[in-house]
Structures are given as C-alpha cells and as structure tokens.
Design a protein around this ligand. Structure first.
Ligand code: NAD
Length: 266
C-alpha cells in the first residue's frame, strides 16, 4: 500500500474507491469488491446518500476498522450546531466511532461555523483529519484566515486534462495535499481512447485508465476512481507495478487544458 502523509502525520492511502453515483442497491457490494481487491480507502459523502451502505460494507467485510481509511463530506451548515448534527449523522450512518477524513464538500452555508465544528470534532478525536473540497481562492481564504487547524486536503476535479499544476503548488505552500475527484475525467474527452495514453499504455502493457491514474499518482495527487465493475475496480488498483518515464510524464503534461470538463464547475 502506498500512502500520502498529511500535515498532521496521518497516512492516507494514495488510492481510494469513490462511490458517487453508484446505484444504492449496488453500493454495499461494490465497496465489498473494492475491499476484497485490496482498497483500504473509501470516499463517500453526505450528499451521495449512501453512507449507510458504505458503513454496512465496512462491517461485513470483517476488516479491522483501523486498517480502513474512511472519507466522508458534509456541505455547509447554517450554524455550528447544525454542522455538529451533520457530523454526528455521518458517524451514526457509517456506524463508526471516528472518520479518518472529513471534508467540507463545497463552499456553502456558514463557512466559518461549519469548519469550526469540524475542528472541534477533530480535537475530540472523532475526525482524524479534516479538509476541504472545491474550495478556491476566495472561499479558501475565508477558511485559512479564520481556522485554528490548517486543512489537510483539498479535493478538487483533477485529471490529465485538468492537471492543477499551479493549484497544487499553492496548496503545497500550506502543506495541503491535493486529492483528485474524477481522476478518469469521468470518461469525458474520450480519455480511454486518447492516442497518447494508448501509445504509452501499450509500451507498459497497461490500459489507458491505468496510465491516466498513474500519472496523477506520480504527481503526488491522491486519486479516488469509481467503477461498478469488479474487473475495472481491480484494473484501477493495479497501477503500482509500472512507472511512467520523465518523457512520458512530459507528453501527458501536454494534454492539460487547464479547465474544467464540467459546465457547472468553477
Ligand atoms: P471517475 O473519473 O472516477 O470516472 C468514473 C467513470 O469512468 C465510471 O463511471 C466508468 O464509466 C469509467 N471507468 C472507471 N474505471 C474505468 C476503467 N478502468 N476503464 C474504463 N472505464 C472506466 O469519475 P467520478 O466517479 O466522477 O469520480 C470519482 C470519485 O470522486 C467519485 O466516486 C466520488 O467519490 C468523488 N467525487 C467527488 C466530488 C466532489 O465534489 N468532491 C465530485 C465528483 C466525484
């Protein structure tokens, strides 16, 4: 297992299994499949409506809780009290005494009060790490200027077409690790048929998906690919037995369009 060390010393597996938009009835089985393959990092959210199924899978897997890195997210609450309620509900649905990483899903509600509640649960040991998702300049600064605990992670859209070179450097200055959502670009831009990726994949006897994920991994970005198919979940996991050369990394760097593939984003 490969880890990324967060600014509080916690080690986060560099690859996780994302469960957004997995049909509810399939969620538990998909998480069980991922755990059986070897994943020890699961990424869910209040907003996905499947924390209960994720929690059930973790228990049914029989794997010790300490071996699993569990991420969930809350969106902005209107008050400190409501934020505490959101966190309590997550702990309850996931049937766990603590959450490894709680992210503030996107800027909304009362940002400072929501983050303050996250800090207090962190101090109480119920959240082992806290961070942000989809926080850019203005909202990011709102948190930074009022927080007592620097976020450990910022999870944003990132993939070979939106590589976040400058943003990663900006986050690094604060000791904040970048985590990529939609690391496979959600299949957009014909990523799986990309000619550059195909050429590189062929030379390593790997798939285009594996090359796209390995690229982010070699850049030090955490990844949380999603699939409902066991063979693809396994394929996405098997990215540590080859290495992209500097030239290959440079070729893939040229694919960066530096903009979102989601019209509603940024
Ligand atoms: P992704 O980039 O992981 O792409 C998923 C899609 O790619 C799948 O639905 C499947 O169609 C295809 N796919 C996956 N593996 C493949 C393979 N090996 N070969 C061919 N096709 C393959 O996109 P995503 O699901 O949007 O993002 C991953 C995770 O990121 C989510 O499940 C969620 O946990 C997280 N996420 C977070 C936010 C946020 O706001 N924080 C937003 C979106 C997603």
């Amino acid at each position: 297992m490969e880890y990324i060390q967060l600014n509080n010393g916690i080690k986060m597996p560099s690859i996780g299994f994302g469960v957004y938009q997995i049909p509810l009835l399939m969620t538990k089985q998909c998480v069980l499949d991922a755990l059986a393959i070897g994943y020890r990092h699961i990424d869910t959210a209040r907003n996905y409506g499947n924390e209960r199924e994720v929690g059930e899978a973790l228990i049914d897997s029989g794997i010790s809780r300490a071996e699993i890195f569990l991420t969930t997210k809350i969106y902005g609450a209107d008050s400190y009290r409501q934020a505490c309620q959101y966190i309590d509900e997550a702990l309850n649905k996931l049937q766990t005494k603590y959450i490894d990483l709680m992210l503030f899903h996107w800027p909304s509600g009362n940002i400072t009060e929501t983050y303050r509640a996250m800090e207090d649960y962190y101090k109480a040991g119920k959240l082992k790490a806290i961070g942000l998702s989809n926080f850019f300049i203005h909202d990011f600064n709102t948190v930074i200027s009022s927080c007592t605990i620097i976020p450990m992670v910022n999870q944003v859209e990132a993939h070979i077409f939106h590589q976040r070179k400058v943003f990663q450097k900006d986050m690094n200055q604060y000791g904040i690790k970048l985590e990529a959502w939609s690391p496979l670009a959600c299949g957009k831009n014909n990523i799986f048929g990309n000619l550059i990726l195909e050429k590189i994949a062929k030379s390593h006897r790997k798939s285009t998906a594996q090359v796209a994920l390995r690229f982010l991994n070699q850049k030090g970005i955490a990844i949380i690919p999603k699939s409902i198919h066991k063979d693809r979940i396994k394929e996405n996991w098997e990215i540590f037995d080859f290495e992209l050369t500097n030239d290959e990394m440079k070729e893939i760097e040229l694919l960066d369009c530096d903009c979102s593939l989601f019209s509603w984003y940024e």
